[in-house]
Design a protein around this ligand. Structure first.
Ligand code: PMP
Length: 427
């Protein structure tokens, strides 16, 4: 498999774009490889600039739940583009998508669109602070909520991959207001709440952690957070940028039956275009400008192309049996990979919720950042390279989630398992 065109493009990009990429994890730095430059994608497959095809489990880091270039989504975007790509004025499509989101997500009575997950979480936190009049926030070690200053503290994902949990450029005074608890550990939450009585505006959590690999919530964890927040007047924010519309149409809150006060969304609701959203109780959301005083805005917010893509995407997800089919495919491939590892005598810890899964290169169970961090990242890097050579595109870090789409065919899944079996044998 030749990747010379990608190599040429990477060399050129490095001169003019920091690290050659517009988002760090794309650089493949932690897996000891050079990045692939992508030319196009279709269904379950992504094609690099040398026209090599890969079965894709990155799916643009989550949005591509129906596969790449679904004809309904493409047609919707084309039709919207014909009418104008941005007006900076309200459109009917914004109402349509808002209604779809409100109908789907239990906690959302009102919603505002933004252009990225980062904006969604940043704005939700500002609103929680404005609503409560408190300054401190709580997050969990290994959870990633985008790169805004307050949230780039003990973050997972690229920040974990690159070992910079606290980025230079984040003022100490900001980081000081961000308390960090341990995922799946209610005692760590209670201790911080007790030490900061009446000072915490919100607790933000990925209800299914997807940025330290995939780490499901333990039974009772989300319920416990709900209780603590209700008791203490703290706003509970579920960051469902990744798991919203993925693990169920109503997201993790539907799956686990725990309703937060606010929810952030992204990825899938934009159908692959730049979209994020945050929503929640009317009482809280009404404080947003212009109905209230908490300021938040965006030139491209509610962009017509993005709204069209999102509406088309959600319609596809409403088809009967969609999530059952996805669950079956995901269980098949995740179990197949775990079995391949076991048969090869190579220990992994396999996690999965719906179509999010991860093979942790650990001997022990993974339930929080510290246990995830025991992974053998060098072995993972080798596995990643072996899989890529077999035509399987995994996320280039141990601390990421693999995403299955319903465009993955039985033969794709079998090919993936066979590639994993071969790779584990050579590890
Ligand atoms: N929250 C979560 C849970 C995420 O996974 C991500 C991105 N991976 C974000 C927020 C940030 O979204 P974006 O990259 O669109 O800014």
């Amino acid at each position: 498999m030749s990747t010379t065109r990608s190599a040429t493009l990477f060399a050129e990009a490095k001169n003019i774009i920091p690290g050659g990429v517009n988002s760090p994890v794309r650089a493949f730095k932690s897996v000891g490889a050079d990045p692939l430059f992508i030319d196009h994608a279709a269904g379950s497959r992504i094609f690099d600039a040398d026209n090599n095809a890969y079965i894709d489990y990155v799916g643009s880091w989550g949005p591509m739940i129906v596969g790449h270039c679904h004809p309904d989504v493409v047609a919707a975007v084309k039709a919207a583009a014909d009418k104008g790509s941005s007006f900076g004025a309200p459109t009917e499509m914004e109402i349509t998508l808002a209604k779809m989101v409100i109908d789907a997500v239990p906690s959302i009575e009102m919603v505002r669109m933004v252009s990225s997950g980062t904006e969604a979480t940043m704005s939700a936190i500002r609103l929680a602070r404005g609503y409560t009049g408190r300054d401190k926030i709580m997050k969990f070690s290994g959870c990633y909520h985008g790169h805004s200053d307050s949230l780039l503290v003990k973050a997972g994902s690229g920040a974990a991959t690159f070992g910079v949990p606290d980025s230079p450029g984040v003022p100490q005074d900001f980081a000081r207001l961000t308390l960090t608890a341990t995922f799946n550990d209610l005692e760590s939450v209670k201790a911080l709440v007790n030490d900061n009585k009446g000072e915490i505006a919100c607790i933000i959590v990925e209800p299914i952690a997807g940025n330290m690999g995939t780490v499901p919530p333990r039974p009772g964890f989300l319920e416990g957070l709900r209780q603590i927040c209700s008791d203490e007047g703290i706003i509970l924010i579920f960051d469902e940028v990744m798991c919203g519309f993925r693990v169920a149409y109503g997201g993790a809150q539907e799956l686990y039956g725990v309703t937060p006060d606010m929810t952030t969304l992204g990825k899938i609701i934009g159908g692959g275009l730049p979209v994020g959203a945050f929503g929640g109780k009317k009482e809280i959301m009404s404080l947003l400008s212009p109905s209230g005083g908490v300021y938040q805005a965006g030139t491209l917010s509610g962009n017509p192309l993005a709204m069209a893509a999102g509406i088309a995407m959600l319609k596809l997800l409403q088809r009967p049996g969609f999530y059952k089919e996805l669950e079956d495919k995901s269980a098949y491939v995740a179990d197949g990979i775990a079995k391949a590892a076991k048969d090869a005598g190579f220990p992994i810890y396999s996690t999965r919720v719906g179509s999010m899964f991860c093979a942790f290169f650990t001997k022990g169970e993974v339930h929080d950042w510290n246990s995830a961090a025991t992974s053998d990242t060098a072995a993972f890097a080798k596995y990643f390279r072996l899989m890529l050579a077999e035509g399987i595109n995994l996320a280039p870090s141990q601390f990421e989630t693999a995403f299955v789409s319903n465009a993955h065919t039985q033969s794709d899944l079998d090919q993936t398992i066979a590639a994993a079996a071969k790779s584990f044998k050579s590890l």
